[in-house]
Design a protein around this ligand. Structure first.
Ligand code: FES
Length: 577
């Protein structure tokens, strides 16, 4: 399965440290002595890069400085030589306009660091939303043996005897505050209980979804993705990952042998069966393209119809959080409920998928439901098509109020997020519970970065009447911790002239999730007239990274990757012959 064991001379690092009689080797070894190492500490040993997204500004990764030490411990134990590389941190909370703008930058940094330094294998530390796809995309493009160490979920939140989910309960209680049901004082008190420890969001948001996807793909140790960040098991997993990375370096098991079509199908099955985040659709398509695997929106919709949602974890489920999922058996237990839907013979960083889930048991049938008592009969994400989204849109229908899943209503259009914030509570707009809220210029180029604006707020007057969900449509994304009847990722986006740019307030829009359609009820001649009168919005960035992003980023249905990074083609190793 893992192939022949390499000799020390076959390691990439040999080209830097081991080739005798060359000035470059003599010079590199001189500098290693400058770093304080003797030859026997690193020469002939696999060099393991530890890519660390730790930062003071990232509360989801604040424990990763310590975890990197555990990884290094494991590398030393297994006879490797660890080198830690600090890389960009993508903090979902703090980085504006959105860390999605920088996912491809971290992917590029990861790829180029791995390629340009003497690295035989890599350990990738991350977990806050975009960090996981970014690190995996970079490692896939570099195609150097790699293992991912998920940052782990934070502990469950608590307030006045209630268990709180980060993100999910932030939105919920903020709305209750706006509806007049929660005082300033109570809101302040709740703030202290929402996020209790280091680690990523502990709902089945984007972070938990993507780390689970990484595990399902086979890029982590088995069971790694749900270990709480502050559990001592997390440190043990980090050390074990370090040890495993050394073995990967010796066997040369590169991402290209793990990230196959079958692996992506299993990751999609996993994400859908977990009731995971819609963001996974974009990230998995982007990662698949890096691996020259043709994964499309249609694959998600096809697989969704075959996979029941079994994870009763908020926000798709009603009750539990990631710590409950972990103690119910974690991902191996979850996957053991759907072996017939998986490709069990494919390789992972540690054995086949079948070997990883053999003997796994579910310890709580309400957290990981049996097939005959699912949270939902079908996977949590549906792909919509229609004249409003010719290249697709997605909706997490399991987190929407069921009566909205087939709905026709008049559009209320906001040209951008700021305009929406300014006017959403204006009584002159005449918004009712039947209205369809439309937000444009929030896509990959228009946002820019496709921010998580997709769960547009319910107007105050409707909140006070008890309305908690409405049909909302945008070319934005939505936080994995959000919920509601929100059609997202409309492609092509309005900023480049997609049909969303042509909608006018008062137009009737029909959402029909069962039929998988999203339709603007305006005839084609009228739409052509509007198209002819449409003028593109001004350029978002004149220079700098933003200009590169604007030039290169693709649409949501192709994963929002940079064209020059997604396309096939060889990039030579620095010392390749
Ligand atoms: Fe980092 Fe939610 S803010 S995962």
């Amino acid at each position: 399965m893992t192939g022949r064991r390499r000799s020390p001379e076959e390691l990439r690092s040999h080209q830097w440290y081991g080739t005798e009689g060359q000035l470059r080797t003599w010079s590199h070894n001189a500098r290693m002595r400058q770093l304080g190492y003797e030859d026997e500490e690193y020469r002939g040993r696999p060099v393991i890069a530890v890519l660390n997204t730790w930062s003071d500004i990232n509360p989801c990764h604040v424990h990763l400085r310590e975890r990197a030490q555990a990884v290094k411990r494991g590398v030393w134990q297994a006879g490797g030589f660890p080198l830690e590389f600090p890389v960009s941190t993508l903090s979902e909370t703090y980085q504006k306009p959105t860390p999605m703008l920088y996912r491809n930058l971290l992917a590029l940094e990861t790829e180029e660091l791995l390629r340009s330094y003497p690295v035989d294998a890599a350990v990738l530390l991350g977990g806050c939303d975009k960090s996981t796809p970014a690190l995996l995309m970079g490692a896939a493009s570099a195609d150097i043996p790699s293992i991912f160490v998920p940052a782990g979920p934070m502990l469950p939140g608590h307030w006045r005897g209630e268990t709180l989910g980060s993100g999910t309960d932030m939105w919920k209680y903020w709305d209750e505050h706006r509806a007049g049901n929660l005082t300033d004082c109570e809101l302040r008190e709740l703030q202290g209980g929402l996020a209790r420890s280091p680690g990523h969001c502990m709902t089945m948001g984007t972070a938990s979804t993507m780390t689970a996807a990484a595990e399902a793909l086979g890029m982590t140790l088995s069971g790694a993705s749900s270990i709480p960040a502050v559990d001592s098991g997390h440190e043990r997993m980090a050390a074990a990952s370090g040890r495993r990375a050394v073995e990967l370096a010796w066997t040369g098991l590169a991402p290209s042998r793990i990230l196959t079509r079958e692996a992506f199908e299993d990751a999609v099955t996993t994400v859908l069966g977990l009731g995971g985040s819609t963001n996974a659709v974009i990230h998995l398509i982007a990662l698949a393209r890096r691996c020259q695997v043709d994964l499309t929106l249609d694959d998600f919709d096809r697989i969704a119809r075959t996979v029941p949602v079994l994870a009763n974890v908020r926000p798709g489920g009603e009750t539990y959080l990631m710590e409950d999922f972990h103690f119910a058996g974690g991902l191996p237990a979850f996957l053991s409920r759907i072996p017939d839907l998986l490709h069990l013979d494919r390789p992972t960083v540690s054995g086949t998928l079948g070997e990883r889930i053999a003997g796994a048991q579910v310890h709580n049938d309400d957290v990981i439901r049996p097939r005959d008592n699912p949270v939902a009969a079908e996977g949590g994400v549906a792909v919509l098509r229609g004249n409003l989204c010719p290249d697709g849109a997605v909706i997490k229908h399991i987190s929407a109020e069921p009566h909205l899943l087939k709905h026709t209503g008049p559009a209320v259009v906001f040209d951008d997020y700021k305009a929406m914030q300014r006017t959403i509570n204006d009584p002159d707009l005449g918004i009712t519970a039947d209205s369809v809220l439309v937000l444009r210029n929030s896509g990959p180029k228009g946002g820019p970065g496709m921010p998580e604006y997709g769960m547009l707020p319910i107007p105050d007057h409707l909140l006070k009447q008890g309305v908690r969900d409405m049909v909302r449509i945008s070319d934005a994304r939505m936080s994995g911790t959000s919920y509601g009847a929100c059609a997202l990722h409309v492609a092509p986006e309005s900023y480049v002239g997609g049909p969303l740019a042509l909608v006018r307030t008062g137009d009737l829009i029909t959402l029909d999730v069962e039929a998988r359609t999203l339709q603007l009820n305006v005839d084609d001649e009228e739409l052509e007239r509007r198209r002819a009168a449409w003028t593109p919005p001004p350029t978002r960035y004149e220079r700098g990274y933003g200009a590169l992003y604007n030039d290169q980023v693709g649409q949501a249905d192709t994963g929002c990757d940079f064209e020059f990074l997604a396309r096939p083609g060889e990039v030579r190793d620095p010392y390749a012959g």
